[in-house]
Design a protein around this ligand. Structure first.
Ligand code: 1PX
Length: 218
């Protein structure tokens, strides 16, 4: 795998990507979709830098980001300003398949739920990275975080493919370097600052989805 060139590095810093999640929190603690999606796009950009073996993961994430962007830029875009307004709008207008896939297989609510579940994986993985020792293995941290979160929603074949892809992750130091944040200590400090934001965005969305009984939509 060829590493990123210096000029690519100038355009990328993992901290910026996580900052988008901070921006996604409105003053009254709603989640602004545009910034939430920018956060995800940044993560996908990072994943693409790690190599082609993660292509099937980044493709799926990108297509979900795109579905939501299309709503945001579409005729009813203003209804999609926050995750809260999206849920209200789609539910009030019967735009969500709540029990089984029907006429709205790609609603904003179900699409965002997939990313939301992945955000929990991100939280667990980043926390493991943050507290890892020098000899820690990113592949193990990633697999443990996945098994504790997203895996329960995936069929066997996806779990298998994901497990194989995790083995191709670079070691802890190269991984930190790819983040382009600075020394390992600086990466750890940045993660310590960024993680509470990811946790908060996750929790707000989780509570909202639980309140509307949306956590299991197909
Ligand atoms: C750094 C290693 C990255 C590993 C990413 C871990 C998550 C593994 C997810 C495997 C997903 C495989 C692709 C297919 C998924 C879909 O079946 C499934 C269900 O969708 P459906 O209901 O429409 O069918 N989709 C999903 O669950 C959504 C997955 C979204 C994954 C987003 C992953 C973005 C990764 C960003 C990596 C950033 C790493 C940063 C660390 C410092």
């Amino acid at each position: 795998m060829a590493g990123p060139t210096a000029s690519e590095n100038q355009n990328f810093c993992f901290k910026d990507e996580l900052d988008a999640f901070k921006l996604s929190l409105s003053p009254n603690k709603e989640v602004i979709l545009e910034h939430y999606l920018a956060g995800w796009s940044g993560l996908v950009k990072f994943l693409n830098r790690l190599g082609n073996v993660f292509g099937f993961i980044s493709k799926d994430a990108s297509s979900k980001i795109q579905i939501l962007k299309n709503f945001l830029n579409g005729e009813h875009g203003s209804e999609y300003f926050t995750v809260q307004s999206m849920v209200k709008y789609e539910l009030e207008n019967n735009l969500v398949d709540l029990k089984k896939a029907g006429s709205h297989p790609e609603s904003g609510c179900r699409t965002l739920l997939r990313l939301h579940r992945a955000l929990r994986w991100l939280e667990l993985f980043l926390e493991r990275l943050r507290t890892s020792q020098e000899d820690g293995k990113t592949s193990v941290m990633c697999a443990d975080a996945y098994n504790e979160s997203l895996a329960q929603f995936h069929p066997w074949v996806i779990r298998k493919a994901a497990g194989l892809a995790f083995c191709m992750l670079p070691g802890r130091l190269s991984f930190f370097e790819a983040m382009n944040v600075g020394t390992p200590d600086q990466v750890v400090a940045m993660l310590g600052e960024a993680l509470p934001v990811v946790v908060e965005v996750y929790q707000i969305t989780q509570d909202l989805y639980a309140k509307h009984d949306l956590l299991d939509i197909p």
